[in-house]
Design a protein around this ligand. Structure first.
Ligand code: IFM
Length: 449
């Protein structure tokens, strides 16, 4: 296969998130998050797993940074645990929590690795959930205060900020589908949460600009193709609704300054209570960003299912598709398409792929190696697909593999491994997988074979 070379300053990184790797859930003054509460409810997380210890990154971050350096990573995307720095969500600051992030940033910079900081990757302080969570109209201002604290303490050393990670998951999976914290099942609440998240995002972006800090700020969206299962008109319409639910409801306000009207009408017709959208709020959420972060894993297929309120569709993949161990189809052409859609339909000028990766059942062999050829193949396909999009004009400037290491995979607990580094949770031993070595070689060559 032809070797595909990347631009000279292309950013190769890896990503994690606080609750998934840090552990130290009850140490140094950290407050409770909605994920602590969610995990404590039997049945929510496979195996009853929690993020209490996770990868113990809180104590082992120096070892992990050394590993990143060994792999030649140029950037590390991690998130701040809001309740670690503001245990009650607002009010008193926890200096010990802030010191952890400050030390992590210093260790990264010393190793020549650029920090990319996500402000909100789903671990809302439980104290704020007790006040209604993201459905509370005060939330945007609480988020603004939290964001200002982080800009103030880490700004300058950190030059890349991401306001929200995958607002679709945080708002809709958490508050409507109940598959994530806080585990609610109310669509009107979920839509209100999504709205407040975006107002908070807008306020944080404005504050970053006003601060005069050097660097850039953006948001990370998970956008994935929703393809009709058959060529029937009903499935085509269902796929359009699924696209509206997952993709357009989140991309349009940020990138077009409007909510998709077809979806708003559909929701209203189904009795969903939509928030009163203030024109000023729309201006705030659609102000220019320095980049859009795209998390891409796979496309899904959709069939019409009129009985399913409020959208009338169901996910059903064709039987013969290659899949990962989560049964997620491997659809790299959809990655090219989504990058081109951001470029052509949405006019995005700079894209960072802030997550891409795959879960497989990895084992450490008797020889001490983790032979995860299937992950190498997945990554290779997707990195080539990204290159194909770039060749057609997609302005992609960086790629972060999900994930640096195996970690707490939300409702799947520790049963789902995404890392290019294996973690033995009993001993916390890290073992670089075949995919980690493969990725390191790719970075060194700045090219994919
Ligand atoms: O682990 C998650 C991450 O937190 C957000 N994006 C998808 C990943 C894999 O499910």
């Amino acid at each position: 296969m032809e070797r595909l070379v990347f631009p000279e300053h292309f950013i190769w990184g890896s990503a994690t998130a606080a609750y998934q790797v840090e552990g130290a859930a009850h140490e140094d003054g950290r407050g409770a998050s909605i994920w602590d509460r969610y995990c404590a409810i039997p049945g929510n997380v496979q195996g009853g797993d929690t993020g209490d210890v996770a990868c113990d990154h809180y104590h082992r971050f120096r070892e992990d940074v050394a590993l990143m350096k060994e792999l030649g990573l140029r950037a590390y995307r991690f998130s701040i645990s809001w309740p670690r720095v503001l245990p009650q969500g607002r009010g008193e600051v926890n200096e010990k929590g802030l010191a952890f992030y400050s030390d992590l940033v210093d260790a990264l910079l010393e190793a020549g690795i650029e920090p990319y900081v996500t402000l909100y990757h789903w671990d809302l302080p439980q104290a704020l959930q007790d006040e209604g969570g993201w459905a509370n109209p005060q939330m945007p201002s609480y988020f603004l205060r939290y964001a200002r604290l982080i800009f103030d303490r880490l700004g300058g050393r950190v030059r890349h900020f991401i306001t929200l990670n995958e607002p679709y998951c945080a708002a809709f999976l958490g508050n409507y589908e109940g598959r994530m914290a806080p585990g609610l099942h109310d669509f009107s609440t979920a839509v209100r949460c999504a709205y407040h998240m975006y107002v908070g995002h807008g306020l944080a972006v404005r504050a970053f600009r006003e601060s005069g800090l050097p660097g850039e700020i953006g948001i990370t969206l998970n956008l994935m193709g929703r393809l009709p299962l058959t060529d029937s008109p009903a499935d085509a319409q269902a796929a359009r609704r699924a696209d509206g639910y997952l993709n357009r409801w989140f991309a349009d306000p940020i990138l077009k300054g409007s909510y998709p009207q077809d979806m708003a009408e559909l929701y209203r017709a189904q009795g969903v209570v939509l928030p009163e959208v203030e024109p000023e709020a729309l201006r705030l959420m659609s102000q220019p960003l320095d980049f859009i972060g795209l998390n891409y894993y796979n496309d899904f297929y959709v069939r019409s299912e009129p009985s399913r309120w409020p959208l009338g569709f169901a996910i059903e993949n064709p039987k013969n598709l290659p899949v990962t161990d989560r049964d997620w189809p491997i659809t790299e052409a959809g990655f090219t398409d989504m990058l081109l859609r951001l470029t052509r339909e949405y006019g995005v000028k700079k894209i960072l792929v802030t997550e891409n990766g795959a879960s497989f059942h990895d084992v450490v062999g008797l020889d001490g190696q983790v032979a995860d050829g299937a992950r190498c193949d997945y990554l290779r396909r997707h990195i080539r697909a990204m290159h194909a999009a770039m060749a057609q004009g997609a302005p992609v400037e960086g790629y972060f593999v999900w994930s640096l290491m195996d970690n707490f995979e939300w409702a799947c607990g520790y049963g789902s491994r995404f890392g290019v580094v294996h973690v033995d949770y009993a001993t916390q031993k890290r073992t670089v997988k075949q995919s980690g070595r493969w990725y390191a070689e790719l970075i060194a060559r700045n090219a994919v074979d």
